[in-house]
Design a protein around this ligand. Sequence first.
Ligand SMILES: [Zn+2]
Ligand SMILES: [Zn+2]
Length: 304
Amino acid sequence: MKCNKCQNDAVFSRKYSGEELCSPCFSNSILRKTAKTISKFNMIRNNELVCVAVSGGKDSLVLLHILDKMSKSHNFRIKVVTIDEGIPTYRNEALEIVKKFCAKLNVDYSVYSYDDLFSITLDEAINVRENEKISSCSICGTLRRRALDYAAKDIGANIIATAHNLDDTLQTFLINMLSGDIKKIGWMDPDTSNNTIRKIKPFCEIYESEIVFYAFTNEIPFQSEQCPHMNEGIRTEIREFLNSLENQHFGIKNNLYKSVLRISQIVKDSNSNQKQLCTNCGSECTGKICSVCNLILMLKEKQA
Ligand SMILES: [Zn+2]
Ligand SMILES: [Zn+2]
């Protein structure tokens, strides 16, 4: 089978579009699609510094690979930040991979640890949680959000780029739907250009399976070992459900994504006049105090 764009042999078949692509044409298509998402949602402006959150997993290293390429032709700058949660055996390997990759690309790199920022490691946080209904991933995600805000400020960036892909977006949407959390769906609008710190997700329109293939075909090293806490929570079930739907109905994830975009914009607009800000840190939230401040306070109390 030949590539649809050139004379090379095809190595990737994109089921939802019917395209057959060779490795360079496939990589170019991911680069172009990412650039399109960035401009569609005004994610990055001229000359800005972007804080790229890199965990050492495939998605974030591919994001770094692509943003590094793009920064040279699109006139913006990048610096890399890794958050060290304090999961000893798991995180140390990842830190090494990120460090080496950044050195190869000649990109600035710094590490911020939960221990330094919150005086608590994830393992300690998991041990003190009072309510088993809070999964490790949600504790970790909450702490990571706060750590990234701090890190971005510290390196002088107003933009935080994370590697969340289309699959992550759909999972989050369904989790919010299933838990009745309509307000949070309004926060899923990818256009955050009016916020002071912009959280951008340049891969929000790209299938996870295509990011895996990009990492493979560009020989990007990444940590393949999964986080030891990963299988807690409903996200894994939803992920498998969506993958099995996609296998039977190519492109169904793209369709759901279109609905997520529309719905998140409608919810955001209908809530725009009743914005609530956390009395402790000033970020947008559903109650008086945001979930991040809430969790940190709870852990501090438990620990004391
Ligand atoms: Zn080709
Ligand atoms: Zn807060």
